[in-house]
Design a protein around this ligand. Structure first.
Ligand code: UD1
Length: 418
């Protein structure tokens, strides 16, 4: 087992290069099996979730080979089994995209129910409702989802709730349905747009991704494509918040600044100097910042996946801050860990009240999930003394070489074998 050991109090200075977007990668890799040809996917983050998915694709019969650290070649020319109900599939939440991809190409799939981070109930009823509306029969038993259809027929699908996963999954299946599917109240996240762009490169006909109405004209066949994944909005945000809490002058490179608008506005409100450039954002943070109120929402609102990191930052700002989590019903499990470092946070339901402290103190803490782990790292950069974080397999699921990237800008952080 490994842990991260951080000695807090170091200012951060320099450039951080952001990797490809995890949440786009975990949709685009399964989508590649719809090609019936060769896809080359570039700018993939070098993280556990990508490794697990490529090994899953190999087991299904699509040859998935790493050409270099950030590039996969997925050959789905041959026949692929539609049975994906083995243990590895349960490890990553995004394996639910195999349902949409296999249903689209083969009109059937058997996939184990998804795992991933646990921050409350994570139903997939909207995904299944969409498949049913397209004409599939859906059955869930013993932790396995079975979908099959004689034919998939395009239709109008209104999403009761904005869901990234359901929007992408329906887009996958509908790409190879007969006729036109219209998704209303669709998610607008950058990774929804990226997946649509990839599908279009494979020959799909999707319009409107990035707005709340997506129109998908089904095609009979898709083909191989070469594609470069967008930069990771959440990884970029994590380093921006790290720079804000530690103080210093950090430029987050290789990003799409527009994706960061909700965060940059909030950081500026708190007293951080933010300079936007074409593909980078410079963060200059001096002295104690002001608290702020945050409400998480679907894109372009403040992302729930930056909520734990932001709460860590707010725990050392002036005054009282209120965070309202509107997406997940149980995303404050990490708060106990922040309290170990001295944070003063009370939680009631979806609302956290944070009394900013002048200091935090190093302690032994745990990463309770992926972004919670990032929040511990952020708090550790500020805390006096040494912070030890265990359970870092969660962090490795979504952050490429976090300790190298932080060390390069002056943090004292190392990975040690326990
Ligand atoms: C994705 C992200 C995750 C992020 C989340 C919200 C991936 C792999 N993961 O997760 O990091 O936190 O978006 O931005 O991209 N819901 C239902 N029924 C459904 C599906 C969702 O009720 O069938 C609800 C969920 O309980 C949640 C809300 O909708 O309250 C949003 O979930 P969704 O956008 O689907 O999240 P994921 O796609 O699982």
């Amino acid at each position: 087992m490994e842990k991260l050991v951080i000695t807090g109090g170091k200012r951060l200075n320099g450039d951080v290069y952001i990797s490809g977007a995890k949440n786009a990668a975990v949709a685009i890799i399964p989508a590649a099996i719809m090609a019936g040809g060769v896809c080359v996917i570039d700018n993939l983050p070098y993280i556990e979730d990508v490794a697990s998915l490529s090994s899953t694709l190999n087991k299904l019969g699509a040859s998935c080979e790493r050409i270099d650290k950030h590039t996969l070649r997925v050959d789905s020319t041959g026949d692929i089994t539609t049975y994906a109900a083995f243990d590895e599939v349960k490890k990553i939440r995004a394996s639910y995209y195999l349902l949409g991809a296999l249903l689209g190409r083969y009109k059937k799939a058997e996939v184990a129910l998804p795992g991933g981070c646990n921050f409350g109930t994570r139903p997939i009823d909207l995904h299944l409702k969409g498949f049913k509306l397209l004409g599939a029969k859906v059955e869930v038993s013993n932790g396995i989802v079975r979908v099959n259809a004689d034919r998939l027929v395009g239709t109008q699908i209104y999403m009761d709730q904005v869901s990234v996963g359901a929007t992408i999954n329906i887009m996958l299946a509908a790409s190879m349905a007969e006729g036109t599917t219209i998704i209303e109240n669709a998610a607008k996240e950058p990774h929804v747009v990226d997946t649509a762009n990839f599908l279009n490169m494979m020959g799909a006909n999707i319009k409107g991704a990035g707005t709340d109405v997506i129109r998908i004209k089904g095609v009979e066949k898709l083909h191989g494509a070469e594609y470069t994944i967008i930069p990771d909005q959440i990884e970029a945000g994590t380093y921006m918040i790290a720079a804000a809490i530690a103080g210093g002058d950090v430029t987050v490179q290789n990003i799409i600044p527009k994706h960061m608008d909700s965060l940059t506005a909030k950081l500026a409100e708190m007293g951080v100097r933010v300079q936007k450039h074409d593909d980078s954002i410079r963060i200059i943070s001096e002295g104690r910042l002001d608290g702020a109120n945050i409400k998480t929402m679907s894109y372009p609102g403040f992302p729930t996946d930056l909520q734990p990191q932001m709460t860590a930052l707010l725990s050392v700002c002036n005054g009282v801050s209120i965070v309202t989590e509107n997406v997940w019903d149980n995303r404050y499990q990490y708060v106990d860990q922040l309290r170990q470092l001295g944070a003063m946070i009370t939680v009631e339901g979806r609302v956290a009240m944070i009394q900013g402290r002048e200091k935090l103190y190093g302690a032994k803490v745990s990463a309770t999930d992926l972004r919670a782990g990032a929040a511990m790292v952020i708090a550790g950069l500020f805390a006096d003394g040494v912070t030890e974080i265990d359970n870092i397999r969660y962090i490795d699921r979504g952050y490429e070489e976090i300790e190298e990237k932080l060390s390069n800008i002056g943090a004292s952080i190392k990975r040690v074998e326990v």
